[in-house]
Design a protein around this ligand. Structure first.
Ligand code: LLP
Length: 383
């Protein structure tokens, strides 16, 4: 963990962002995606922090939003409306109208009733909405069940057996223009054979559709690329090359098809850490607890998904011991790690919880009326 994480005058807990690493990561994304002519949108849900969003929009990425407020934030932070795609199973009428008035590129639609509502609102505004159908391809991402989205029994997307009917109905509507298909099968996927499976399934789906005379101009594979939570210093960047090369190798696009992606975690996860102070070290009969001033309201992932985050004591150099590292919130789930090996830890030591840039600050809450953690930025010299 870098040294400059202890700025003066900022109270813990806070999110610490290395914008140098973020910029370097964005370089790698572009180097890997550009030769294939892939269009990358950043999934704003992973982290909507305006400073990070500005770094990302300056590099020319598009945005993938899931609410009207995310669209507003993306526009405020420099993303062009024409580079925004909008997904989500429950878009409200107000959000749809706002997105249409802003002139976003495409609605990724999850059901026929939603498409009919978009058609109605676009008609009332005298507009035509560009849409894509989010298809649930029934490909198992083999990741945590809360973040698997592409298998048949979950709420996301249009099911394969229904796709033909939804395409036919959409083509009949006067105020929507059907551009193509959208997929997203889950998150934190590090096994490239999963993406290969997605490519092969999408090839089949597109072939079936072409046989019926429909040609699409847009295909969106969603996000999902995973990062190394175990060793963030050894692998500070996701394997973007392997990811995009998998699509280049196994996906067979037709000539006028523009291929889009929506990466969230892989872009921002490693540039963020949650920095916290040790309040107390409490000794039980069998266990020692390190009680932090950061809690599950600041970082929900361990409590919600049993997610692993590397925990480091950045101030102690003493011999190692084992601790359960917990937060102050009145819930047993408020635990960041069990049996964590740390240098002997004392009140006042500083703890860094690593790989928190994605779905950390974005999922923070004010549970227990705790304050939201502020953010601190540092531009390391990467690359
Ligand atoms: N596109 C769609 C339609 C999505 O639903 C998501 C994430 C993404 C793109 C971005 O996926 P990524 O590249 O970040 O894997 N809170 C959970 C992750 C939820 C992911 C939700 N959808 C976590 O902390 O692990």
């Amino acid at each position: 963990m870098q040294q400059n994480i202890l700025p003066e005058g900022v109270q813990t807990p806070y999110y610490f962002y290395d914008t140098g690493l973020l910029d370097y990561t964005l370089d790698l994304v572009q180097q890997a995606a550009l030769p294939c002519n892939y269009r990358v949108h950043y999934a704003v849900k992973a982290n909507a922090n305006p400073v990070l969003l500005r770094h990302i929009s300056h590099r020319g990425l598009g945005a993938d939003c899931v609410s009207g407020n995310e669209i507003r934030r993306a526009l405020e932070c420099g993303f062009a409306a024409s580079d925004i795609v909008y997904a989500g199973v429950g878009k409200t009428d107000r959000e749809i109208e706002y997105a249409l008035r802003q002139g976003i590129y495409c609605f990724n639609c999850e059901s026929l009733p939603e498409i009919e509502v978009i058609d109605g609102i676009a008609g009332r505004l005298g507009m035509k909405a560009r849409i894509a159908l989010r298809v649930n391809p029934n490909v198992d991402a083999h990741t945590h069940h809360y973040i698997t989205t592409g298998i048949e029994e979950n709420k996301f997307g249009i099911y394969l057996y229904d796709l033909r009917r939804v395409i036919a109905e959409s083509l009949r509507l006067a105020h929507v223009e059907l551009l193509g298909l959208h997929f997203h099968i889950g998150s934190q996927i590090t096994d490239m054979t999963v993406f290969r499976g997605l490519c092969l399934r999408v090839n089949e789906i597109l072939e079936g559709i072409r046989e019926r005379g429909v040609n699409f101009s847009y295909i969106n594979f969603g996000g999902g690329l995973g990062i190394d939570y175990q060793e963030p210093d050894e692998h500070p960047c996701a394997d973007f090359k392997a990811y995009f090369n998998t699509f280049a190798e196994f996906f067979q696009p037709t000539p006028h098809l523009q291929v889009h992606f929506e990466l969230g975690r892989s872009i921002v996860a490693q540039c963020g850490s949650l920095i916290s102070t040790v309040l107390y070290v409490k000794e039980g009969k069998k266990r020692k607890f390190v009680v932090l001033d950061a809690g599950m309201n600041d970082l929900l992932r361990p409590a919600l998904y049993q997610a692993y985050h590397k925990i480091e004591n950045v101030t102690s150099r003493l011999p190692e011991e084992k601790y359960d590292v917990v937060g102050p919130v009145c819930e047993s789930a408020d635990c960041f790690g069990k049996d964590v090996t740390l240098p002997a830890t004392r009140r006042g030591d500083m703890i860094a919880i690593r790989s928190c840039g994605a779905y950390g600050e974005a999922m923070a809450s004010r549970y227990n009326l705790r304050d939201l953690a502020p953010a601190v930025y540092w531009a390391s010299d990467q690359g």
